[in-house]
Design a protein around this ligand. Structure first.
Ligand code: HEC
Ligand code: HEC
Ligand code: HEC
Length: 128
């Protein structure tokens, strides 16, 4: 057991190294940083509960795609009784008008790069 000291020292160094990003962020006051997102251009609510959307919008988009592409079922009735289209470009981006300052801003921060825009159009890009 005469290596015990070295092992403990090794463990301490290891712990300092793996928690470095945390210390670094605390020291730089970035720990609580969350990107500020642009407010939706219209609507008081999202197509689902906002908290649900924060964590599950990708699942909802997949559901919508399957309903449209496989079942040709393009419309649903919102909580307010108004019918809307299950559409990434026509519906999501009609309220979240600025993809850069909403979708992309959060995705960049989280390191996510959805490939949807290879095919789906961003409405503003056509107007320019
Ligand atoms: C009728 C307008 C409207 C439509 C359509 C809409 N949203 Fe929203 N969405 C909102 C509103 C209002 C909020 C609440 C936050 C705000 O004011 O921006 C919100 C919140 C969100 C949030 C949570 C943001 C956060 O701060 O965590 C996400 C993610 C989101 N929407 C994605 C989508 C996606 C994806 C679609 C299409 C499937 C969509 N929204 C369609 C109006 C809309
Ligand atoms: C509040 C932060 C936030 C906002 C705002 C946001 N997203 Fe996301 N999105 C995420 C996160 C985090 C993931 C990755 C989740 C995972 O990997 O499980 C993600 C994943 C996705 C995915 C799946 C990508 C993949 O490769 O699996 C799609 C599609 C998507 N988002 C579309 C959108 C669209 C469209 C908008 C704007 C209308 C939007 N998101 C706004 C945080 C956000
Ligand atoms: C290879 C091209 C391609 C890619 C990449 C792609 N899609 Fe699509 N998507 C399509 C086509 C084609 C349709 C059918 C269009 C129609 O019938 O209106 C569609 C339809 C949809 C629909 C329903 C109709 C609409 O107007 O939005 C949703 C929702 C959707 N896709 C979501 C996504 C999401 C989310 C991603 C990224 C994770 C994605 N798609 C990536 C080609 C693509």
């Amino acid at each position: 057991m005469h290596n015990g000291g070295k092992i403990i020292l090794g463990l301490v160094i290891f712990l300092i190294l793996i928690t470095f990003p945390v210390w670094y962020n605390i020291a730089n006051d970035k720990a609580g940083y969350v990107p500020e997102l642009e407010k939706a251009a219209r609507g008081d609510d999202c197509v689902r509960d906002s908290n649900y959307m924060t964590s599950n919008h990708m699942d909802l988009l997949n559901e919508w795609r399957d309903q449209v592409v496989r079942e040709n079922d393009r419309y649903e009735i919102g909580p307010d009784g108004v019918q809307f289209e299950r559409s990434l470009s026509n519906t999501c981006l009609s309220c979240h008008e600025n993809k850069d300052k909403f979708c992309d801003k959060c995705h960049d921060y989280m390191g996510v790069q959805p490939y949807c825009w290879d095919c789906h159009i961003v409405p503003k890009e056509i107007q320019q």
